[in-house]
Design a protein around this ligand. Structure first.
Ligand code: ADP
Length: 544
């Protein structure tokens, strides 16, 4: 017997029309170098429909790739919706990638047009001649002069506002197939060329709903959301879509992601949800001292492990611990969220802090399993046995876009192999031990670099710490701690090791500690272990 409900396609115009018809007077605020701008959803919706007309006028194909090279702004949000609502495919370019990676992904995705913020146009301009399919560059004027000459033949440069002024608003065409591509995003490519993930209308709508579940991030109409996480990094974790669908106000930080500027926005704009990677919050916490943060209700954070000390620092100073989430570009990205079950809420504060330092429980809609890499069997749910974290669900990628490397990333039964090593406990909480490539392999045993970093960063004089494996003649690899000391403080190798001794197994103790000025960061603000490994590949560990 069949169910008798409507087969209603889940499409992005449905999200759009909620903001347009129900929440027309709610706001999008953008902090630009030229000042703060405020727009209502009604104005934004009208401009977005006109932008749809612009895409038609430019002759972008029916499913043409519309690339953005842009910070988080209201105009980027116009593109976020105009491209998929007209059936085209939004392609967010990570503006911090290496130039050759930008060239690779623009050509691989076959982008037809790139919308570029004037403030970052200087990064794109030298690459124009390397693009094989781009016919239009649209410059979004967000302040400052820029010379738009020297454009290769066959490519036209336009001004965003001029195009918009000439265009008429369009009705969205019907999108009958909810599995049609809506947007794409490439992984940040820590090894090899970036890989393309293609989201569908259906996956985006379902992921948007998931961002609104009370037991995940719980975005709702009353929120004022500050997505510090870039819109070019894994869909700004779904916050742009969820903001529009719920009618929440969006506070777009623009290009200035400096801690003082973010702290100011949080206070002045009465932000309720502020989301970013751990390195952002490490910088912002001291800047929040003495500011009114009473509107904040949730600080979602992920992308790399949230140090317990950081979350506790927020709890003590701001009165709100960080809400850790885990995900990947391939998982849209929200997959697990570390909310504390009501049955565990009475645990001592120390245990709750430990629980918040886990990656949490899968959100409704996502299935996860932790698999022993040798046997292929699920590991025991004891919080100890480790294995590869794998995920399945309607907003998890099933393959990469035109990429031969896909096979190695998906299992025979279609699950995503995340490349993360994890444990899972009896309550279902997932704890990420490490990325497979970052785990320190010492004499056939694994040492979690993440856990060591967590402990080192609990030292009051430590600003940042990253642990890498370096070659060892007997043990294959041993941990090296790379430590950044807080300004004005002094710390020695022995002090670090003494601090760690009671906190980790003896054989986990790093063989050496080096002091560095800063931990190198990836394009999305994560610790770049690859850079550290390159830098310290010849580091000679002291012999015991
Ligand atoms: P990249 O692989 O280039 O970093 P992604 O942003 O897609 O691009 O990164 C996904 C990876 O980030 C995950 O596989 C995991 O290793 C790491 N990650 C994400 N969230 C967390 C978290 N809360 N704790 C630890 N690691 C995380």
């Amino acid at each position: 017997m069949q169910g008798l409900m409507q087969d209603f396609p889940l499409t992005i115009p449905h999200l759009f029309s909620r903001a347009e018809t129900l929440f027309g007077d709610k706001q999008i605020v953008t902090a630009l170098p030229t000042g703060v701008t405020r727009t209502t959803y009604a104005e934004w919706a009208e401009r977005t429909r006109r932008l749809g007309g612009v895409l038609d006028t430019l002759g972008i194909s029916a499913d043409g790739r519309v690339a953005t090279f842009s910070w988080n702004t209201q105009r980027h949000l116009e593109l976020y919706f105009a491209a998929p609502c007209t059936g085209r495919v939004l392609h967010t370019l990570n503006l911090r990638l290496f130039p050759e990676q930008v060239t690779y992904i623009v050509n691989h995705a076959e982008d037809e047009v790139i919308f570029v913020d004037k403030t970052v146009a200087g990064l794109l301009w030298p690459l124009l001649s390397t693009f094989t399919t781009v016919r239009h560059i649209v410059v979004v004027n967000d302040g400052g002069p820029f010379d738009t000459s020297e454009v290769p033949e066959g490519m036209e440069v336009h001004d965003y506002e001029a195009l918009l002024a000439e265009a008429s608003p369009v009705q969205w065409p019907a999108i009958d197939d909810e599995n049609r591509a809506a947007s794409m995003c490439y992984t940040s490519g820590t090894t090899g060329n970036p890989k393309g993930v293609v989201y569908s209308h259906r996956s985006t709508v379902l992921h948007t709903m998931a961002a609104m579940f009370a037991d995940s991030v719980g975005i709702c109409e009353a929120d004022r959301i500050l997505p510090v996480v870039p819109m070019f990094h894994a869909n700004a974790w779904g916050l742009a879509h969820a903001g529009v669908a719920s009618g929440a106000d969006l506070i777009m930080p623009g290009p200035d992601l400096s801690p003082p500027s973010l702290a100011k926005l949080i206070e002045e704009e009465r932000v309720t949800v502020a989301a970013g990677v751990p390195t952002i919050w490490m910088g912002v916490l001291p800047e929040l001292a003495g500011r009114d943060t009473s509107a904040l209700r949730i600080i979602p954070c992920g992308g790399s492990a949230v140090p317990k000390a950081l979350s506790e620092g927020f709890r003590e100073q701001v009165g709100l611990p960080i809400l850790q989430a885990w995900g990947m570009t391939e998982t849209s990205p929200v997959a697990t969220v570390s909310k504390i079950k009501s049955t565990l809420a009475d645990l001592p504060e120390e245990k709750l802090a430990d629980l918040r330092a886990t990656q949490g429980l899968p959100v409704l809609g996502v299935e996860i399993r932790v698999v022993d890499q040798a046997t292929g069997e699920p590991v025991k749910r004891d919080g100890i046995d480790r294995g590869e974290l794998q995920a399945a669900g309607p907003w998890i990628a099933r393959t990469y876009y035109n990429d031969e490397r896909s096979d190695e990333s998906f299992t025979a039964d279609g699950w995503l192999r995340t490349g993360d090593v994890a444990t899972i406990d009896a309550e279902g909480y997932v704890r990420l031990v490490d990325r497979t490539k970052d785990v320190v392999k010492s004499g056939g045993e694994w040492i979690s670099s993440v856990e060591l970093e967590n402990e080192i960063m609990a030292h009051p004089k430590v600003a940042e710490a990253a642990v890498i494996g370096v070659a060892h003649p007997k043990w294959q690899e041993r941990p090296l701690a790379c430590v950044v000391v807080k300004p004005g403080e002094e710390l020695t190798r022995d002090e670090v090791l003494e601090f760690l001794e009671p906190r980790v197994a003896k054989w986990w103790l790093p063989d050496d500690v080096v002091f560095i000025d800063e931990v190198p960061k990836t394009s999305v603000g994560k610790f770049s272990k690859k850079d550290l490994r390159d830098r310290f590949k010849d580091h000679v560990l002291p012999t015991a």
